[in-house]
Design a binder for this molecule. Sequence first.
Ligand code: ADP
Ligand code: GLC
Length: 483
Amino acid sequence: MRVLQVSAEIFPLLKTGGLADVAGALPAALAQAGADVRVLLPGFPALLEGLQEPALVAEIHAPWGEPARLLFGHLPALGGLPGYVVEAPNLYGRGGNPYQDEHGQPWADSHRRFALLGFAAARLAEGLDGWWAPQVVHSHDWHAALVNAYLAFSPHRPPVATVYTVHNLAYQGLFGPGHLAELGLPHTALAVEGLEFHGQLSFMKAGLFYADHVTTVSPSYAREIQTPEQGCGLQGLLRARAALGQLTGILNGVDRRVWDPAADALIARRFDKDKLAGKAHCRKALQAEMGLEPRPGPLFGMVSRLAGQKGLPLLVELIPELVARGGQLVTLGSGDAGIEAALREAAAAHPEAVAIRVGYDEALAHRIFAGSDVTLVPSLYEPCGLTQMYGLRYGSLPLVRRVGGLADTVVDCTLEDLAERKSTGFVFDAFDAGEMRRALRRAFALFARQTEWKTVQRRAMAQHFGWDDAAEQYMALYRALGT
Ligand code: ADP
Ligand code: GLC
């Protein structure tokens, strides 16, 4: 089974969020399950530099005439994974992140940057590389979605199956309808049954409408996006695809090569569920590093993009109470300036108990999961969420809202679930500070009973959220689409 994975980011070369973790872990898991996997990436500097011994596959011209080169090589940072990179210095050779410039503004030519990625994927599917052509093109999020439209309108559609995975329905890649011709797509594509969304050109819809099969990253989110509350206006189309059996939720996994407290070189001391002494050491080290007093109460950690999705206002409201109860809080994140300011204010008011680091720091993220007792993920919505799974793995019990992938991965400490040995964390329902407060109180109550706490902690650490399961499900899907 020859599979081409197409995405805008990939860990460890370029990451802004969970998409990169998935793109970096899924290929190896699919290879393990027997697939012949290659990735296709845009030529951002970090991705071009990651490509070893690049060889020219072909010169291509974007639909608007811009020349680009398709390179093939191996990615040593990903265990030698074979990969194609689209080299187009005018489009990709700049700083900032893949989606925004240094000032946080979306790049004015994002439609071209990501259309070229989809266009190159379609050309590969049509046989551009004489040595290798995919049987399945699996694209991720709106940045890669246009491949599905290019293939749908390809004059000689090759025998290739297309799978499109939605990682976050809220980011849709909407552009002015006037760009359609420049992107080389026929005007008939700008229809409700096509790429049109409220008069705009939607890259997201290229995946949702034209892919043979749509997946998303948890079973709960697959259901939620069929409702007006979470469908972002696309629930009708999603319901129609689901009715045809063409929408599936496949839960993400944890990359054990990166997230394993027993082998993690980035943490103060290694530990596992049978030897938790190392975790106590990591906790002390984290308090010291963040300038917190060495208090005995529960240490809460949060590693997150500071975005509306992530539910930070609930946390900010509860910080005084969390501190009054003897808790401490460490947050690492970047994004929204207002949220950042509110967290800084809380840290200034309680320097002995609250610390915030603004920025992106992969190693500190590891130290927070290892050193904290509770991982906070009070999201408004969450397609899958990875940090709650990292928390589980590192014995930092997740406190989450019951939504999306969070609902699928964490079991609350209710008396009955504790009795039935199922509990792995703390879960609340309504997006409301009062509800979250009750979950926090459950966390404090369990923490006060250390024997029970350790039992739940060991159970959390024993959870298996592996990429092997996800890879089997994707393989079954690829086979069912049969090419
Ligand atoms: P999302 O993709 O919506 O941001 P996920 O939970 O799926 O949420 O994935 C977030 C990923 O990004 C995790 O690997 C998390 O550890 C990481 N991350 C988020 N913010 C930071 C940060 N400031 N520094 C380091 N890692 C971060
Ligand atoms: C998105 C979602 C997150 C998910 C990640 C990887 O960024 O916001 O919930 O875990 O993609 O699929």
